[in-house]
Ligand binder design. Sequence first.
Ligand code: B12
Length: 227
Amino acid sequence: MGKEELLARLKQKFFDESYEDEIVPVAQEIVAQGIDVLEAIQAASEAIRQVGDAYEAGELFLPDLMIAGEKMKRCMDIFRPHLKAGAGEAKGGKVVLGTVSGDIHDIGKNLVGTMLTVGGYELIDLGVDVPPLEFVTTARDKGADVLALSALMTASLPYQQEVIQLLKETGLREKVFVIVGGGPVTAEFAQRIGADGWAENAAGALKLVDRILAGGGKPAQTFVAIG
Ligand code: B12
């Protein structure tokens, strides 16, 4: 089976009424054929977003969303070690990452974390549903260079702004860069709430941290968007 056909089959698995484990052989075959796992992750991400669209349109239901999430995790378990194969040198920057309050989506966040780790950064992952104060105190206590905030729902977006506000109120805004991302987060929104940068996907998040940390003084002199 060729690359295009395999990637199409992977995407199709997100819509099949199949158990989550049934996607595993397809993902394994992709790895066995030496296909770039980043391309496969992108294909799976597109598929899971389409599942989200179908859910929003009332064509699929919450259990479908949950199974799709499990399928994505199975894929990532198989693809992740092959991202590590291209691991870079340790870069010395420390990133605190998490999904903001009220939001338990972690697939995209974990992907961002994987790319940053592969890219040589030290990662502190606070998990999901992280209150603004926890981001701020961890950044302070661990001496983080970058705070990376993920939000997947419109209802959780305001918490990204709240973290930045809290950093200002506690006099820590000049000590740490803030980058934001996630489905509903646009570059315009990121700039408006006073973040230092935004990226559309996990590969972009790594480029973003590279660019921001190379720039020197905190907060970044210019807002950086990687779309
Ligand atoms: C899978 C999924 C779930 C799974 C989550 C499993 C998990 N462990 O994460 C489950 C079933 C648990 C779930 C629950 C819910 N979900 Co949901 N879910 C999704 C779905 C289908 C896919 C999300 C995903 O994993 N995408 C794939 C990853 C790879 O992409 P990503 O997350 O966007 O991340 C990439 C970029 O955004 C970026 N990025 C992400 N974070 C960051 C951070 C930084 C700093 C940077 C730079 C970049 C960056 O890089 C990532 C990698 O490339 C989306 C649909 C969608 N369009 O996103 C809905 C969606 C997000 N969910 C939605 C909803 C409504 C819910 C529920 C409220 C449903 C319910 N009635 O209970 C609950 C919410 C629970 C809660 N309190 O959080 C809505 C949100 C609508 C809105 N705009 O507010 C969506 C958009 C579906 C829809 N179209 O209606 N969900």
